[in-house]
Structure formats: C-alpha cells, structure tokens
Design a protein around this ligand. Structure first.
Ligand code: PA5
Length: 446
C-alpha cells in the first residue's frame, strides 16, 4: 500500500497539528460521501474503482484488441483530463526507449489534440503517412478546440490512407452519451464509442475508458490498475490514523496555512515525469480558485537538482516538497569495477545504480529539510499497474478532501473559459461577434 511519511514536515508543522485537523478532515470526507459538498454532481469518481464491472473491462479489452491488431500506431486525441492520465500511466509503465525501439508487439501510442503547434501536427501527420494508424478521440464535452482540430486532421488522413471502411474500425470515440460534436460524429460514422459518465469530471476520469482504453491498447494490465485503485478506495474508509490520503490532505492544509503556498512534487524515476503532469492538473485545476490554492509544481530528480536545486535549497521559503519514491526498480544494474579507476568511482563498484539513486534521494531530503523545506514522502513498492492504481486514487481522494478544507468547488474550472472566449473572439467564431468587436477595439484594431 502507498506509504506516507509526514515526520519531516516538522518543525513547520508538528504531528499534533496534523492530528488536530482530523475532525475537519472527517467532516470533509463526510461531505464527499454524502454528496453535500459544492460540485456534488461530479462525485462519480469517489466509488468508481469499486463499481467497475468485469464485463466493462472485457469490453475495453476487446476494443483495445481490435486497435492492437489493426494498427502500428494509435493516436490518442485529447487534452487536460482527457489526456494526462493515460499519458502518465503509459509513460510510467513502458520501456523508456519504446519510442525508438518499438517491440513489434504493441502499437506505438502517440498523443495529439493537447496543443495547437503547427509543427507538431505537421510532423505527426508526416510520421503517420507510412503507418497503419488508428485514433482514439477523447473529449467529454465533445467540443474542445485543440482536440477537435487534431481529430479533423487525423480522421481525414486515416480515411485517405486506410479507406473509409477500415477507418471506421480503427477510430474510437470516448465522449458524452448525447451531447457534443464528438458524439454526433461517432454516431453518424458508426464508430465504436464509450461514454464518459456525466458525474466524472475530466481530471478524475483516468479509471473510465478515457484512461483505460489507451492504457489497454498500449498493452498494460488495466485489471491490476483498477485493483490498485480499489484497494486504495478501501483505505479511504479507514480512520484518520490508517488513512494516507486523509493524512496527506491534512498535512498539505496545515502547511498551506503556515504560508507554504507551493508544493513541489519530486520523483527520482524519469518515468514518473507525466505522473507529475497529471498530478499538477488534478490539484491545480481543482483547487486553484477564489484566490486560493496551493500552486502545484514538479521536478524530476536528480536531473533538476542541477537546475532547480539551488532555488529549492535556498530560494524564498514558500515551498514544501512531496517526494514519490519507488522502492524496487524493475531491472538490476551494477556499477562495474575498473582496474585503472580513472574516474575515481571504484568505491561504487558492485553497488546497484538504485542504491546510488536512493542515497541521492536521502541526501537531498536531508539537505532540503535543513534548508527549511518541509518534506512529505510517498513510497510505493514498484512502478507497476497495481501500485499506479493506488497512487491515482490516493491523490484523487486527497485532492477531494483538500478542496473541502479550502472551501472551494473541486469539480469546476470556470477560469479556463477566459482564454477560450478571447481566442474565439480573435478567430471570429460565429456567435462571438460582440466579443470580436470588443477585443479588436481593445487591441486598437478597427
Ligand atoms: O479536468 C477537466 O475537466 C478538464 O481538464 C478537461 O478534461 C479538458 O478541458 C478537456 O475537456 P474535454 O474532455 O471536454 O475535451
């Protein structure tokens, strides 16, 4: 199970102060469980893991099998919560050099619809021009511009390269049951489709087809992922002392009220880079509102000790650090002995690379604590689907609780609309005539 160590948030926050928050955390948990919190029509994630049925997993796996059989590459089109969960899990589980070597057994999984970079899309379409590829089009609203733009290009290319009949087989839609352009298109074209439950918001949707289908297409064990989340869901029903997500939420809140406004999520495994991106979205979009919220940042260590290490050690003391530590690597690699010892590294001969990494982790933790950075440590046994499932639910639950402590609606994102309104006005989208006029005047254009 996820192991949480809060001993090093002291002296900024003492253990007793975290314990004192127990009653408030329990109240927060109650408001989630009883659906009395703000945004209570988006609580479908709360007991999602335990509600996943074997028939549903079988349907996801059967669809994944079709894509695996028919495609050398599968492009997942989606943004935000319709992208980051799948990306995080796939990156964490796959060989770091999969993109170079390919293993012939699994299709290459690519992501699009999460930016509007012309070069990115041009280079993607060029790469796909010689590939038997398929597309998973993911959008809950079915109207998100970035995703819709990429899907328009990919659909056309897939049909041109593979013919309309085959394209129909290798394009899958994951969207709302009734609303949105992605639904209209899927129904009209006769694509296989999955529904994103109404009561599960994007950033809480990795355990719906949004995450599960791409992860299954990549060849990973979605049953183990779900099992991990189910086991963590059980611990969320335990009393505070045995409930890591509740304790993590309490520690964050205590740190926040002591002026620690930035949380830096650190990992010592490059494969966890996108897990941090997923985590940033989960917490950032959920709690950054009404002038409140911890700013979620991340670093990959030890890499970023040579870029951000100085700031963390010595910069403004408004931060705390949360480390995800993986106890057991999948591979074993020893440093060799060298007769000449020109690099002076013979003191490490015979040691595992991971032992050096763990000492770097411990040394960094002690240094940062000495530098006034409270430290939270989250350890998982291995980087496998089961433990990632635990980690996902752990963070979701902690996020839900922390938002109640802050008094914000965890499940909306009104702030995201501002850029869209301006972009549509600038692009002259029909229906935005008044906004177009206003923005042009603001920019000094006629
Ligand atoms: O968490 C969220 O709700 C958002 O980040 C959405 O996932 C993101 O904006 C994409 O929306 P959609 O799935 O409607 O395309």
């Amino acid at each position: 199970m996820v192991k949480l160590d809060l001993t090093k948030v002291a002296p900024v926050v003492e253990a007793a102060e975290i314990k004192e928050l127990c009653a408030r955390v329990e109240k927060a948990q109650e408001s989630l469980e009883q659906g009395t919190c703000p945004g209570n029509d988006y609580l479908g994630w709360l007991h999602l893991p335990s509600s996943i049925m074997p028939e549903f997993i079988a349907e996801v796996k059967a669809t994944a099998e079709v894509l695996r059989k028919e495609c050398e590459a599968v492009v997942v089109a989606g943004i935000g919560g319709s992208y980051l969960g799948a990306k995080a899990v796939i990156e964490a589980l796959q060989n770091s050099f999969q993109w170079l070597t390919g293993d012939g057994k699994n299709p290459v999984i690519l992501f699009a619809g999460n930016n509007i970079g012309e070069d990115y899309l041009a280079e993607l379409t060029a790469y796909l021009s010689t590939k038997r590829f398929g597309v998973i089009n993911i959008s809950k609203s079915g109207t998100t511009t970035e995703t819709a733009l990429a899907f328009r290009l990919l659909k056309r290319q897939c049909e041109e390269q593979r013919g309309k009949e085959t394209a129909r087989k290798v394009i899958v839609a994951i969207t709302d049951a009734k609303r949105g352009a992605a639904r209209t298109c899927a129904d009209k074209e006769g694509y296989k489709s999955f529904v994103i439950p109404d009561n599960v918001g994007g950033r809480f949707s990795v355990l719906t087809p949004v995450g599960l289908l791409p992860i299954a297409v990549a060849g990973f064990d979605i049953e183990a992922l779900v099992r991990g989340a189910q086991d963590m869901e059980k611990t969320a029903a335990q009393p505070f002392e045995e409930n890591p997500s509740a304790q993590y939420a309490a520690a964050r809140y205590a740190l926040y009220t002591k002026g620690k406004k930035i949380e830096i999520l650190a990992n010592y495994q490059p494969k966890l880079h996108f897990m941090a991106e997923w985590w940033k979205q989960l917490f950032g979009e959920s709690e950054g509102k009404d002038g409140k919220g911890i700013y979620p940042a991340s670093v990959d260590l030890t890499t970023d000790l040579h870029s951000m290490g100085q700031w963390i050690q010595d910069g403004e003391r408004s931060i705390f650090e949360t480390v995800i530590s993986v106890e057991q690597p999948e591979h074993k690699l020893l440093f060799p002995s060298d007769e000449e010892n020109l690099d002076g590294l013979n003191f490490l001969a015979g040691k595992r690379v991971d032992e050096v990494n763990k000492m770097a982790e411990l040394g960094t933790q002690l240094a940062h604590v000495d530098g006034g950075v409270p430290n939270i440590r989250i350890a998982i046994e291995r980087l496998d689907a089961y433990h990632l499932g635990q980690l996902i639910y752990f963070f979701e639950r902690a996020c839900g609780i922390h938002c109640q402590l802050l008094g914000v609606n965890a499940f909306n994102q009104p702030g995201v609309e501002a850029y869209k309104k301006n972009m549509f006005a600038l692009l002259g989208k029909p229906g935005y005539e008044a906004e177009t006029k206003a923005i042009k005047a603001r920019l000094g254009e006629a």
